[in-house]
Design a protein around this ligand. Sequence first.
Ligand SMILES: *Cc1c(COP(=O)(O)O)cnc(C)c1O
Length: 453
Amino acid sequence: MFSTRSAMTAPIELLPREDRRERLREAGYNPFNLASRDVFVDLLTDSGTGAMSSDQWAAMLSGDEAYAGSRSFEGLERAVSDVMGFEYVLPTHQGRGAENVLYGHLLSEGDVVLNNTHFDTTRAHVAANGATPLDCPVEEATDPALDAPFKGNLDLDAARGAVSEAGAERVAAVVLTITNNSMAGQPVSVENTHAARELADDLDVPLVIDACRFAENAHFVREREPEFADSSVAEIAREQLSYADCVVMSGKKEGLSNVGGFLALRDPALKTALKPRLILYEGFPTYGGMAGRDMAAMAVGLREAVDDRRVRARVDQVRSLGDRLRERGVPVYDPVGGHAVYVDAGALFSHLDRSEFPGQALVCAAYLEGGVRTVELGSLAFPGTDRPELVRLALPRRTYHDEHLDHVAEAFGTVVERREEVAGLELVTDPDPPELRHFSAELRPVDAGVLDE
Ligand SMILES: *Cc1c(COP(=O)(O)O)cnc(C)c1O
């Protein structure tokens, strides 16, 4: 049995229902526009929102803020080498900083990048360099009701098909995102990683692993890939990452920190080639975009990330939120992923048309009923696609307790009971660019109903 007790607390308050209704209206029916003080349980993201351990806080006090050759950087190098097995580390302010440094160097106009599924910032960096991001998820991933072990995998046949269509010489990198954040946090098997390595070798391009949730992924591998049933998360993580030439990491996820990121590399020539971009966009190579104290906290966080007991408690908590929601009749994406529960709003609000943003209506109803903040990942966030109408409930690490999960399930349960009374929404403002509109768009209900009661 393993758990954590709170060493620091922060107050949260549930506003009265009429205040929540008013805040929601003022926010243009978009919880991105809400102040954190108006939110009771905040499941918007697991990025940088978790609690640090007392060992991480202690490490912060020993931060070495030297511009060059900081001891905190050396500690980070040791942690990345021990935990991930890479010799070289380029620190950045967060994951997208690492993406900018790497993809700005690797890619040129007309290139193609293959990925199990591009995360938004990855997609944006690939596109910003004039290259085409091609997603190759396995087909089973798009069915929210299908229970399968590795719905995060790269579809090798689809990838090889895309290569022959685009021309092998145009492919500049193969990327694996573990877990597959844009595919409901589903894991990638070690076997699939091996196959992706072979594809990269055939094409003579680097295999990049976006390792943001590498420990959660390793936990699923242990559960679901029989060969690894007796291995530790630390052993599986090292094995899986050993196939990659390069790792892109956001410390805000399984660096267990509030900020930070890095690139990890094996090839000294690539390190030399990336340094000018690192210095230009992030900072001198021994701090990148980070304070020494933040590197120190992230180094401790990386070691804690692969603690078997920590990962199990983490993934079990997410799964238990999924179970509580199912008990209340909420249609949940199967199986539950590593960092979040995804709810199928299209199935829940079958009376709403896609054009009425069923996912965003659910996000609003959950805030109204329980002060719970979640995020829509459907027709508002991905205009012009036919992705399922999902709403993500991301759990910050080491932050919320059983009583909060019960509260969330109860709020969603109320929404289920009153589903017919939830009206759809329409856009009042539709900001550019379309891929980023969900962060700031304002909406309003198309009919009277629960949302303006
Ligand atoms: C969060 C995330 C990133 C970007 O990291 P930031 O620290 O938010 O810049 C990249 N890839 C994946 C899969 C992520 O989840």
